[in-house]
Design a binder for this molecule. Structure first.
Ligand SMILES: Cc1cc2nc3c(=O)[nH]c(=O)nc-3n(C[C@H](O)[C@H](O)[C@H](O)COP(=O)(O)OP(=O)(O)OC[C@H]3O[C@@H](n4cnc5c(N)ncnc54)[C@H](O)[C@@H]3O)c2cc1C
Length: 465
């Protein structure tokens, strides 16, 4: 079988290499990553930022023996005619199949002062894209520029780490790409309750070490500016090699570029007009491509994934968007600002098409489950949206088949079985089931479950755990 060369040492590359081995790929497999360390969970960087996870704990499982991993090596060019890649350290490596898994980089907005004339970040300016970005911050307040999902998560992580935080966001409410005004107001309320100072509807217009100037002239003191302004797919290699590029590297349903010997997956790839942006999407593409490269005749269809931002102590799910306002759609809304709750579901033929639920852990769990199963909603929607409907949360406890780790498809039952099999803490459960090793948002639930299983059973309750 032919040699596969994977450029990029992120989760997509890691998963593809691991799955190629699992599917019995007979040829050589090489992964070349520019970062100095082996593949790690980029999505867990917020936990390093807040100090709850040591950077060394981000590591993905070691790749199996047959995989050759080169770290700290940047690929600088692709010669499609010769089927070789060039590296910054002067090597030329051949391939039969090349897979671009070069991911994305943080977008730096064109705010004067953020970068020098060579495009290097100015003193005091940080991104949150790589483990190297998580070194200790300077003294003084942190100004987070950008209040999308990553900016909101980062602002809360920095507050947990004890920093004074100001979040400046150009839209009228945070997470405006995913939430309507009422949902965004709930998130703004949560941020304010956690001590994040908000500057909404305000744009940073200038930076100089120690200060950020906003578009209304306000000057914010800033020991550090953390830029969370979205990402840009890394397409330079593909473009230079003459491959078609939109926002990402364009691929077909077999994750193939215009060159049948070159594929692209993960955050750098664009399929059906949408560039990748989630670890789950990257892993699904890697799974499909591994099957294709080991001879299966299949195509990739992107899954529908719920967004579960990491907002410890607060529950929020955004269910993937569908078409609003189609004939027969019914919209149900619950607003309870006093208790920080909001829900808006769009239903079609009694099933959830898309929506958002914020503020009730039980309602988030129930609605996510119904959506994942494409099951009919109950008649009492108010009970569902307030989390009072025990049918879907199993009364006091969610049902056994509730997905805890959406990234790795791990249910409560799998976790319980692993616990009874000897995995008695969160790290052991992660090793046994892979729960928490995707986006990491299920970490608190896994730790809670672990603690609950470890507590002596109350004989009055009866039953088993
Ligand atoms: C703070 C943060 C939180 C996140 N939270 C979530 C979340 O909760 N849920 C979720 O689904 N997703 C989340 N994501 C997004 C998720 O991390 C990405 O979707 C995922 O990392 C994509 O994997 P990838 O392998 O395609 O790309 P990347 O992780 O970007 O990895 C690409 C790798 O390729 C390397 N590379 C690039 N060019 C070259 C080259 N020329 N030569 C060699 N190597 C190269 C890069 O250095 C990098 O190591 C988060 C991301 C961040 C930054």
């Amino acid at each position: 079988m032919s040699g596969v060369l994977i450029v990029g040492g992120g989760p997509a590359a890691h998963r593809l290499a691991e799955r190629l081995v699992r599917h019995g790929h007979g040829g050589g497999i090489t992964v070349i990553g520019a970062e100095p360390r082996a593949p790690y969970h980029r999505a867990l960087l917020g936990s390093v930022l807040d100090g709850s996870l040591g950077s060394e704990r981000l590591a993905l499982p070691a790749l199996p023996g047959p995989v050759r991993l080169l770290t700290g090596v940047r690929v600088t060019g692709v010669d499609r005619a010769l089927r070789t890649v060039r590296t910054a350290d002067g090597r030329e490596l051949p391939y039969d199949t090349l897979v671009l898994a070069t991911g994305a980089r943080a977008r730096v907005p064109a705010v004067p002062g953020l970068t020098d004339r060579h495009g290097r970040l100015a003193e005091g300016v940080r991104l949150l894209r790589a483990a190297a970005d998580c070194r200790p911050l300077s003294e003084g307040p942190v100004v987070v520029v950008g209040g999308g999902t990553r900016g909101v998560e980062a602002a809360l992580a920095l507050r947990r780490a004890g920093h004074e935080v100001v979040l400046a966001h150009p839209a009228a409410h945070p997470m405006d790409r995913h939430l309507d005004a009422a949902g965004g107001a709930v998130v703004a309320q949560w941020l304010a309750e956690r001590g994040v100072t908000l500057r909404l509807g305000r744009r940073a217009t200038e930076y100089a070490p120690g200060k950020v100037v906003l578009d209304d002239g306000e000057v914010l003191a800033a020991g550090t500016v953390l830029v969370c302004a979205g990402t840009v797919p890394n397409t330079r290699l593909a473009r230079a090699a003459g491959l078609p590029v939109g926002d990402g590297v364009l691929v077909d349903a077999r994750l193939r570029t215009a060159d049948p010997h070159v594929h692209a997956i993960g955050d750098c790839a664009e399929q059906d007009g949408t560039p990748g942006a989630t670890v789950l999407g990257a892993w699904e593409q890697a799974d499909t491509l591994a099957r294709i490269l080991t001879g299966e005749d299949t195509v990739h269809r992107a899954g529908r994934h719920a967004l579960r931002p990491r907002l410890p102590g607060r529950d929020l799910v955004v269910l993937p968007p569908g078409r609003d306002g189609a004939e027969g759609d019914r919209t149900v809304t619950l607003r309870d600002p006093a208790r920080g709750r909001y829900a808006r579901l769009v239903l079609r033929e009694g099933r959830i098409r898309h929506g958002v639920v914020a503020g009730s852990a039980r309602a988030v769990a129930a609605v996510t489950l119904l959506h994942a199963r494409d099951a009919p909603v109950p008649a009492d929607l108010l009970a569902l949206l307030t989390g009072a409907d025990g049918t879907y949360t199993g009364g006091g406890e969610p049902p056994e088949d509730t997905l805890v780790c959406h990234c790795n498809n791990v249910t409560r039952k799998t976790l319980k079985d692993a616990w009874h099999g000897g995995a008695r803490d969160a790290a052991a459960l992660a090793a046994a089931t892979r729960a928490t090793t995707g986006c990491g948002s299920c970490g608190p639930v896994v730790r809670e479950l672990c603690a609950a299983l470890g507590r002596p059973a109350d004989p009055a309750e009866g039953g088993t755990r």
